[in-house]
Design a binder for this molecule. Structure first.
Ligand SMILES: Cc1cc2nc3c(=O)[nH]c(=O)nc-3n(C[C@H](O)[C@H](O)[C@H](O)COP(=O)(O)OP(=O)(O)OC[C@H]3O[C@@H](n4cnc5c(N)ncnc54)[C@H](O)[C@@H]3O)c2cc1C
Length: 495
């Protein structure tokens, strides 16, 4: 528990302008942009929430904060743009939230060798805008680039987004990271051991600086095809991925309809496939012919429409959230060769609900599906039933040799099923780097509540949500610290 003494010492490190323990701020820092989880569910996870928020500006400040937290056994949750939906930034055990957004400078742009050195809290959009002045751009970046930080995308694995089908996942582009370990020690990685921290979700160390590859801006060409048949559309996507496009994504009929209800103007067909290529004039010409051959069954749109859709990629993801008002997001990564069957299974699973799918280009013949289900957390029973679908998405992905895209809080319980004995290795690595378990406790390798209870809860949510409602209502009267004590007894990871 954070004391007045802790706050005084942390204030000494960052100064009184960059620390807060005001209630309204602590509330915001105890939520993320993801699924609007009812407070009772967060309580059911035994979440204590942020107790103090600090906004460091330098690696030295981060190091001093972590050294103090380590010595005093205080939990630390790192937060970039908070744009991830899996509860990774929720401070489950209270303690300190480190908001990285003040660490946002570009330190070096090396045009000759093609890299930049940046603070990890800078957003991808800001970096890309600045790089334009040098005739450069980044490789992989997320469609949440306006708020997502470099550190956040690296920490979540950066396996899908624009640039990924051409340049590979974000780990392929890291030359070096500056990482502050849980005890405050600072290390500098090389391209190989940087991989350890890609996808580590704030559990192995805090990334404060990143040196990443950049690429010359090239000519671009964009395409948009509408398909009346899912079969033809998914077949085209599979073939398009072999051309190493810069951008490859699709929207399904549900997504297109919801966009139109929110005031956009799309044709309502089975799939809208969007492709972007970059390269020299000859390369573009050669790919242009192939793209038209592959998409011959689709309805081609003028280039300005396709380019417009590409330019809008940072806005489209949440464009119809207002219709919910809650949006429940599930993300899975699946091989493109199974896409048609995956889409059919999702349609069966979500029968009766209002939903749409946006996809994010991935590498190695895969695609990430971002399934957005409209909901309203004020209609509690219905919301709980929707929430219970997360386990089914994990199984669906596994059935088609895929996996959930990201772990965070909500998918931690699936880790054993995904990694089997590999989970023990991951736990050993985590424990060796963070003996006190202060970094993002209760996430990824350390599931909050044992699987048996979660699956039982999910089962009840689906088949007897009124019973879950009753349990959650009863929990209101039980102090959260008592719940945490009980979870600890049954094997939950409670710090
Ligand atoms: C509209 C929309 C579009 C999206 N598009 C994509 C997409 O194309 N591709 C994709 O992969 N994801 C996408 N996402 C998900 C999310 O935006 C990305 O994962 C993003 O990169 C997260 O960055 P962030 O700075 O917001 O991280 P946060 O949400 O703040 O944090 C995510 C995790 O990383 C950890 N973390 C953050 N910063 C650091 C750091 N400096 N050091 C160590 N750990 C850290 C946190 O503790 C947390 O566990 C999208 C989300 C939305 C809402």
């Amino acid at each position: 528990m954070i004391t007045i003494k802790d706050i005084t010492i942390l204030t000494g490190i960052v100064g009184k302008e960059r620390i807060s323990h005001e209630e309204s701020e602590l509330f915001c820092y105890s939520r993320d942009l993801g699924n609007s989880i009812p407070d009772e569910l967060l309580k059911a996870y035994g979440m204590l929430g942020a107790e103090v928020v600090v906004l460091p500006k330098t690696t030295e400040e981060v190091s001093a904060i972590l050294e103090y937290a380590y010595e005093n056994d205080l939990p630390v949750t790192t937060r970039g743009g908070g744009s991830w939906a899996l509860g990774g930034v929720l401070p489950m055990d209270g303690g300190i939230v480190i908001d990285m957004c003040r660490m946002n400078t570009i330190k070096t742009v090396n045009q000759n060798d093609g890299y930049v050195l940046v603070d990890a809290g800078i957003s991808w959009k800001k970096l890309m805008d600045r790089l334009k002045n040098y005739g450069l751009t980044v490789g992989a970046h997320p469609s949440s680039a306006v708020s997502a930080t470099i550190g956040g995308f690296i920490a979540t694995g950066g396996g899908a987004g624009t640039g990924v089908p051409k340049y590979g996942v974000v780990g392929d582009q890291i030359l070096s990271l500056k990482v502050v370990l849980s005890n405050g020690n600072v290390i500098q990685t090389d391209p190989w051991n940087s991989w350890l921290f890609a996808g580590s979700e704030g559990t192995l160390g805090l990334i404060t600086e990143a040196t990443v590859k950049v690429f010359p801006l090239q000519e671009e060409k964009h395409y948009l095809f509408y398909f009346d048949s899912i079969e033809q559309g998914t077949e085209a996507l599979q073939q398009l991925s072999t051309l190493e496009p810069y951008h490859l994504s699709f929207l399904d009929r549900g997504f297109l309809c919801l966009l139109n209800q929110a005031g956009e103007h799309f044709l309502e067909r089975e799939l809208a496939v969007s492709v972007g290529i970059t390269g020299t004039e000859e390369e573009l010409k050669a790919k242009d012919e192939k793209i038209h051959q592959i998409c011959a069954a689709g309805q081609s749109q003028p280039e300005w429409v396709a380019r417009d859709e590409f330019e809008n990629r940072f806005k489209i993801g949440l464009a119809f959230k207002c219709l919910g008002p809650s949006l429940f997001v599930q993300e899975i990564r699946v091989p493109l060769r199974f896409l048609k069957s995956v889409l059919e299974d999702i349609a069966k699973l979500l029968k009766g609900l209002t939903w749409g799918i946006e996809s994010l280009g991935s590498d190695a013949g895969s695609i990430v599906l971002s399934v957005m289900i409209l909901g309203d957390e004020r209609r509690e029973l219905e919301y709980l039933q929707t929430f219970s679908l997360s386990a089914a998405f994990g199984s669906l992905a596994k059935k088609y040799c895929g996996s959930v895209y990201g772990i965070g809080l909500h998918n931690a319980v699936n880790m054993r099923g995904i990694h089997n004995a590999g989970l023990d290795v991951m736990r050993d690595i985590r424990i060796s780097l963070d003996k006190q378990n202060i970094l993002n406790p209760g996430k990824t390798t350390h599931p909050r509540i044992p699987g048996f209870f979660v699956y039982m809860f999910m089962f009840m949510m689906k088949h007897a949500p009124f019973l879950v409602r009753f349990i959650l209502d009863t929990m209101k009267y039980i102090p959260v610290r008592f719940l945490r004590f009980a979870f600890g007894i049954v094997g939950g990871n409670i710090k």
